[in-house]
Design a protein around this ligand. Structure first.
Ligand code: SAH
Ligand code: SF4
Ligand code: F3S
Length: 473
């Protein structure tokens, strides 16, 4: 599967030729054309937007944060829940005004929503100011699609959701200088019954380890200190590759790269989180002591209806093993409340799991029906109000646990990576602990990009607050 998925070099070269053509016409303009890129959804989409910006930069575009100034507006969308989609529709609708003010403006609608047939139809019919729509799997053809849009009359739709490819050699224009996303695989084969991702992102496919290592080395050379390996299920990395490898091996290889940096990854699926993975993390000094391991539900009947492939007990065993290998590990998770047919007692199973697991942080979502997924066919008898009550109870429980966990940091001096500045005068720096907890820090701007010792002074349920001690790297 993987060999077929790789886009031949000559096709990438053709895209580069088109980039050159657009660059020449950008340079011939009296003022540099500007692009506005708006990103919704997960880190995979953030990473895709970095590629879009990389290609735009090579085509001579500058960037603006103001839609009205932009010659091209790109909305990179997320289809994971209905409220995410509604936000996108609201914002795309509002672009009618920017286009009215600047009729030459090109409006691009891409990302996961662009691979949902009903959404494509809706945009075709009701959002006529959208000039170009394309699905995530054809992102590598953006230069050609843009060229066609700029030169052809009429709108362009390239929204095939079934293709799935790996395109190497696309330039990325990364957002910061400290943290970098590094995709190691694309798509998903898990088909959790509630989830739209496998339909919009295509089949799971892994990048060759050599390509990943080359990119990781370059990132370290460029000074990035925090590298997050991305995939919908990183624990199944390597399946289908001609060379026999796995995620644990990849972590060890990246750990061998010289330099002071941290390796993070997202997301791990509990069914594939192996002893080998925990061992590789424990034995790799650069692997951050953090795992995001979504459990989704505490009741076994619901887990089975979700097609998650584990029971609540198996999940608890996994986190016990992770903690046994790495006693200082932070564990975070995702949970869905109000899955179709979830009873009050099944919801209480979820509460019990949260109480037992003692996560450092948790992301709670109310189930959102995704048309075309198996769960959309299930009867849903719980009212929106009941779901909201469950959501609030869960949040209250987790907030108390997170706060209790954070309180334990107070008075301690820990190593943190300063990854940005903030607008808060009292805490002008933002940092992360090795385990990924957010720290608001007092200190000077030049510390951005450095590991420093921070003394934690207080906390709330979301973050820690502290002062800089001595810098150590
Ligand atoms: N691949 C990752 C997660 C991708 S989506 C994984 O399997 O862990 C991120 C989170 O969104 C999921 O963990 C899940 O909790 C939530 N989610 C996905 N589909 C959803 C839906 N239809 N309704 C509500 N939440 C959903
Ligand atoms: Fe969706 Fe499940 Fe794949 Fe995650 S593992 S992207 S929840 S289908
Ligand atoms: Fe959303 Fe697509 Fe990510 S649906 S969560 S942007 S893979």
């Amino acid at each position: 599967m993987n060999e077929r998925a790789e886009i031949p070099t000559n096709e990438i070269e053709n895209q580069k030729k088109v980039m050159q053509q657009i660059l020449e016409s950008s340079q011939a303009r009296p003022v540099q054309p500007l692009a506005y890129v708006d990103t919704y959804g997960c880190q995979q989409n953030e990473s895709d937007s970095e590629k879009l910006r990389g290609m735009l930069a090579e085509m001579g575009y500058g960037f603006t944060g103001d839609e009205f100034q932009a010659d091209i507006v790109i909305i990179n969308t997320c289809a994971i829940r209905e409220n995410a989609e509604n936000r996108v529709f609201g914002n795309v609708g509002a672009l009618v005004h920017t286009k009215k003010a600047k009729p030459t403006q090109t409006i691009v609608f891409c990302g996961c929503m662009a691979a949902v047939p009903e959404t494509v139809e809706k945009v075709r019919q009701s959002y006529k100011h959208v000039d170009l729509m394309f699905s995530p799997n054809v992102l590598w053809r953006f230069p050609e699609l843009l060229h066609r849009t700029l030169t052809a009359k009429g709108r362009i739709f390239e929204t095939d959701a079934n293709e799935g490819a790996i395109a190497e050699g696309i330039p990325a224009h990364r957002d910061g200088t400290v943290k970098a996303w590094l995709p190691i695989m694309y798509g998903c084969d898990n088909h959790c019954s509630y989830c739209i991702v496998p339909y919009v992102r295509g089949q799971e496919r892994s990048r060759e380890p050599e390509a990943i290592l080359k990119e990781a080395k370059q990132l370290v050379k460029d000074g990035f200190k925090d590298i997050t390996l991305l995939g919908q299920n990183v624990n199944s990395y390597g399946m289908g590759l001609p060379c026999k490898t796995d995620f644990a091996t990849l972590i060890r290889k990246i750990n061998d790269i010289d330099g002071a940096f941290l390796i993070r990854f997202m997301t791990s699926h509990p069914k594939d989180a192996s002893t080998e993975l925990f061992k590789a993390m424990a034995e790799s000094e650069k692997a951050a002591r953090h795992i995001h391991l979504p459990f989704q539900a505490g009741g076994d009947r619901i887990l089975s209806l979700m097609n998650r492939g584990y029971t609540h007990e198996e999940y608890m065993e996994k986190i016990a093993e992770a903690r046994q290998q790495m006693p200082d590990i932070t564990i975070t998770s995702d949970v869905i409340v109000g899955f179709p047919g979830e009873t009050e007692s099944e919801f209480e199973d979820t509460l019990r799991l949260v109480e037992k697991a003692q996560f450092d942080a948790m992301f709670t979502f109310i189930y959102s029906k995704r048309p075309g997924t198996p769960a959309a066919e299930l009867e849903d008898t719980t009212t929106r109000e009941e779901k909201q009550i469950r959501f609030d109870r869960l949040l209250e429980l987790q907030n108390a646990i997170s706060e209790k966990k954070h309180t334990k940091y107070i008075g301690k001096s820990i190593s943190v990576l300063v990854d940005g500045e903030s607008h808060d005068e009292r805490y002008p720096l933002k940092a992360r602990t090795n385990g990924g907890r957010l720290v608001h820090l007092c200190g000077a701007g030049e510390l951005v990009g450095h590991f420093v010792q921070a003394k934690i002074t207080h906390c709330n349920s979301w973050s820690l607050f502290g002062e800089c001690g001595g810098e150590h790297i």
